[in-house]
Design a binder for this molecule. Structure first.
Ligand code: GTP
Ligand code: MG
Length: 334
């Protein structure tokens, strides 16, 4: 049994830790480093429970380089497609892309629609449409929605394409640049549209490292680009949501603190999913660390002495959230 003191009830919402955390008096060697580090923050923030303890920043040199590459290639393309994560349609929209792309025709794709709440997918699509965007919802695992891409691009560029024809530019392909945050599915999307495995896609951020043109049969050329973030997340929650969904490299993150925050959010909004997957009943006043421990215990993730392997539990929670095993979630509403 973990020796943390669970006697004092934390404030509702789970932001607070048991009393033993606050003074750092718990000498339990299994206590996650993160909880020691966040204890001061927790004490300060009791009045306003928020995401805790993580000021995430990931803006490596290759992103600066990509930004420049995007800028340089804009004049070569007819349209820019921004792929966003349907689970976090606000946080996965990179403000730098807005300022880079300016007046170029654009569309937005809500990808990973299969992992997001279907009702909210429609609401988000409507929201973007009402702002004048062309929108598609896609699931690039199965290919749902991808077939509509080419017709939508051609309808956006109808006038330009008529002009090309007038000028006798027969067979000029439409060139489309695909941009977005890391791991959102850009390369997978391109492969699906082209119906071949041209671009390398893997389930971790930062896979694509350079530009790559992929030719699609019906007069389309797609430019794959490496995923980019931006130098500073003004709202810490944005960084957190990007980390939850896998757009930030895990090796720069404290996975236990990240999982603590994810558990808190799920316990507040989706207690049923936690009950179904981990058999934990979320009490009205809960402590997120306790919930992580319960989940680990129920899964049998124990180490010597019967303590819960909280790091393993944290990784599993994140993995199961990211892969959709926990359910379909949209963390932001229009
Ligand atoms: N469930 C689900 N998984 C998807 C979808 N689209 C992509 N994926 C998966 O997400 C992972 C990342 O896909 P990539 O295509 O490599 O993502 P990317 O945006 O190119 O990533 P970077 O090149 O790192 O920026 C892969 O494991 C894909 O199989 C989707 O619509 N639904
Ligand atoms: Mg890629």
């Amino acid at each position: 049994m973990n020796k943390r003191n669970h006697k004092s009830a934390p404030p509702k919402g789970g932001a607070g830790k048991p009393a033993s955390y606050k003074g750092g008096s718990n000498n339990n060697p299994r206590k996650p480093k993160a909880s020691r580090r966040t204890s001061a923050v927790a004490a300060q923030k009791q009045a306003a429970p928020q995401m805790e303890g993580m000021d995430i920043q990931w803006y490596p040199g290759h992103m600066t380089k990509t930004r420049r590459m995007i800028q340089e290639h804009l004049k070569m393309v007819d349209l820019v497609v921004e792929i966003v994560d349907a689970r976090i349609p606000i946080s996965s929209r990179n403000p730098d892309i807005d300022s880079l792309v300016e007046t170029k025709p654009r569309m937005v794709i809500l990808n990973r629609a299969d992992q997001a709440d279907p009702v909210l997918n429609n609401r988000w699509a409507e929201h973007f449409r009402s702002q004048g965007w062309s929108v598609l919802q896609t699931d690039c695992k199965t290919g749902t929605g991808v077939k509509q891409f080419s017709p939508v691009v051609k309808s956006i560029l109808k006038e330009e394409m008529a002009k090309w024809e007038e000028k006798g530019m027969v067979g000029r392909p439409v060139r489309v640049m695909v941009v977005g945050v890391p791991n959102v599915g850009k390369s997978t999307f391109i492969n699906k549209v082209a119906n071949k495995k041209s671009a390398i896609a893997q389930n971790r951020p930062g896979v694509t490292r350079g530009k790559q043109w992929v030719t699609v049969d019906d007069g389309l050329d797609l430019l794959d680009t490496p995923g980019i973030l931006w130098p500073k997340f003004e709202d810490k929650r944005v960084g957190m949501y990007l980390a939850f969904t896998g757009a930030v490299k895990d090796t720069i993150l404290d996975v236990e603190t990240l999982a603590f925050n994810l558990m808190k959010l799920l316990a507040e909004r989706y207690p049923k999913a936690l009950q179904e997957r981990y058999r934990i009943d979320v009490p009205e006043a809960f402590d997120s660390w306790e919930l992580v421990e319960q989940a680990g215990r129920n899964r049998g993730f124990l180490i010597s002495g019967g303590e819960v392997d909280t790091e393993r539990t944290a990784r599993i929670l994140l993995e199961e959230f990211r892969s959709g095993k926990l359910g379909r979630f949209t963390l932001e509403t229009p």
